[in-house]
Design a protein around this ligand. Structure first.
Ligand SMILES: NC(=O)c1ccc[n+]([C@@H]2O[C@H](COP(=O)([O-])OP(=O)(O)OC[C@H]3O[C@@H](n4cnc5c(N)ncnc54)[C@H](O)[C@@H]3O)[C@@H](O)[C@H]2O)c1
Length: 444
């Protein structure tokens, strides 16, 4: 229990410095949480703009108000830098860098690798290193461990090494770092205990769930995301079937959701987006092939979910058809560009995919999103397109041949949109809660 004991004593003396590597949607809230819990936190990020913003007490993540951040920066409890030398003064390092996939859907671990290489010169005995980026089972032991051991120090003997999945749900007002249980799995019992002590700064001990090792913790995160992907795909498939059968899938889902046991409602939509659901399951299917195993559920779910933007565009075609209009030259307004409600993140957003599809069909597309000022996307021929959010007015709604509600942010007045739109495609299902004439509304 050597490394865990060193950390325990530091925590008891309230003398802990934690380095957070990667200050994004995951790293920044964690940095704030640990800093508020009394640790000194140094954030290391390769993006100088993010570092400069943090140093000035400014937040670049919508969920995090500057009023939360600035006092911690002013008090010197939270600092940021691009220089990895700062990790040398830390008792613990938590790695929260991106884990995207390549165009061929293979894991891209280059960010984790770069972070580990940069940590090597600053690793010291007694340190606790935790990987928190989502990845396939085996990454901590097969990639991170050998890289960090290039320092000459041995994991388990000289420093603790663990994996702990991140469960943050940006935009969720009910669950944050303080009340979401943490799963930890170290390469040995000492490492598990050290990681548990570290996250014990954020959540009570009874909310820390220890597993046998990093691989179980890595798999736990992928299970959580595959579970969502598969269930979303199931309802998306049912939505398209209900449509053919002349049934309202929302009515069916609301009815099924009255069952108090054995059923958990998931809802259809224009597709899945973000950094997790469209990406993480592929990490597992890629790793599974090493074991001659084909993860059919994962591939099938991804396939079904990836058809939903085109399915939504099919609904827009139906609406235009009713007016005797082709796509070419039709004015279509897409409401929402974020990948889900009440967030400002448009990575892999199905709403953006819908805009791309509409543009390639010749429609005049505009979008409005109070949280996403502009979207960039690849267009045919290797070029990049850019679109900017337009103000949402009665005049704008009146001039559109079709309005597509792709994301129902809570600040957007849906009743007013229904009233002012000529034709509305509701990909979110929220209009089912509204009264009044909806003869011009088409739901998925
Ligand atoms: N966003 C979520 O809701 C969420 C939820 C659970 C898990 N995750 C996982 O957490 C990890 C981080 O995701 P995120 O959404 O915070 O990503 P992000 O893109 O918002 O932030 C990552 C940050 O890391 C920085 N960075 C990149 N390379 C670096 C390096 N070598 N050294 C230091 N900093 C570096 C980037 O500049 C960026 O600020 C990913 O593995 C993701 O799958 C994300």
């Amino acid at each position: 229990m050597k490394n865990a004991l060193i950390l325990k004593e530091k925590i008891q003396r309230k003398d802990v410095t934690v380095a957070i590597v990667g200050l994004g949607y995951v790293g920044l809230p964690l940095a704030i949480g640990l800093s508020r819990a009394g640790s000194r936190v140094v954030g290391v990020d390769t993006d100088p703009q993010r570092v400069a913003a943090l140093e000035a007490g400014q937040s670049y993540i919508r969920d995090i108000p500057a009023a939360t951040l600035a006092p911690l920066v002013q008090a010197g409890r939270l600092t940021a830098t691009t220089d990895y030398a700062a990790t040398g003064a830390a008792d613990a390092i938590i790695i929260c860098v991106p884990t995207p996939s390549t165009r061929m859907k293979a894991p891209d671990l280059s960010y984790i690798e770069a972070a580990c290489r940069a940590i090597i010169p600053h690793l010291h005995p007694g340190m606790v290193v935790v990987l928190q980026s989502t990845t396939y089972p085996g990454t901590t032991e097969e990639l991170v461990r050998p890289l960090l051991e290039q320092s000459g120090l041995r994991a388990g003997r000289d420093f603790a090494l663990a994996f702990s999945p991140e469960r943050i749900d940006p935009g969720n007002p009910h669950f944050s770092a303080h009340n979401t249980p943490k799963v930890v799995g170290g390469i040995d019992p000492d490492s598990t205990e050290a990681a548990a002590l570290l996250f014990g700064l954020l959540v009570p001990n009874e909310q820390i769930h220890r597993v046998s090792g990093p691989r179980a913790a890595e798999m736990c995160k992928l299970l959580e995301n595959v579970f969502r992907s598969v269930n979303i795909a199931l309802v998306n498939e049912l939505a398209t079937l209900c449509n053919r059968m002349g049934l309202d899938v929302w009515e069916v889902l609301d009815a099924a959701a009255t069952k108090p046991f054995g059923f958990m409602p998931f809802y259809p939509g224009p597709g899945v987006g973000g950094h997790c659901i469209p990406v993480d399951p592929y990490y597992l299917s890629w790793k599974a092939r090493e074991y001659d195993f084909y993860t059919r559920f994962i591939e099938l779910a991804a396939e079904v979910n990836s058809t939903m933007p085109a399915y939504t565009v099919g609904k827009i075609a139906q609406a235009l058809n009713r007016q005797g209009k082709p796509f070419q030259g039709a004015r279509v307004l897409v409401l929402g560009a974020a990948f889900k409600r009440d967030i400002d993140d448009s990575r892999n957003s199905p709403a953006v995919e819908i805009m791309k599809l509409l543009r390639t069909r010749g429609a005049e597309v505009t979008y409005h999103d109070p949280h996403v000022a502009e979207v960039l996307f690849e267009e045919g021929g290797g070029g990049n397109g850019v679109m900017r959010s337009v103000p949402l007015t009665t005049e704008l709604l009146a001039t559109q041949d079709c309005v597509c509600l792709a994301v129902a942010h809570s600040t957007v007045d849906t009743g007013w949109i229904v009233k002012e739109s000529r034709t509305l495609i509701d990909a979110t299902g929220v209009t089912r809660f509204l009264d009044g004439d909806q003869s011009h509304v088409i739901r998925l």
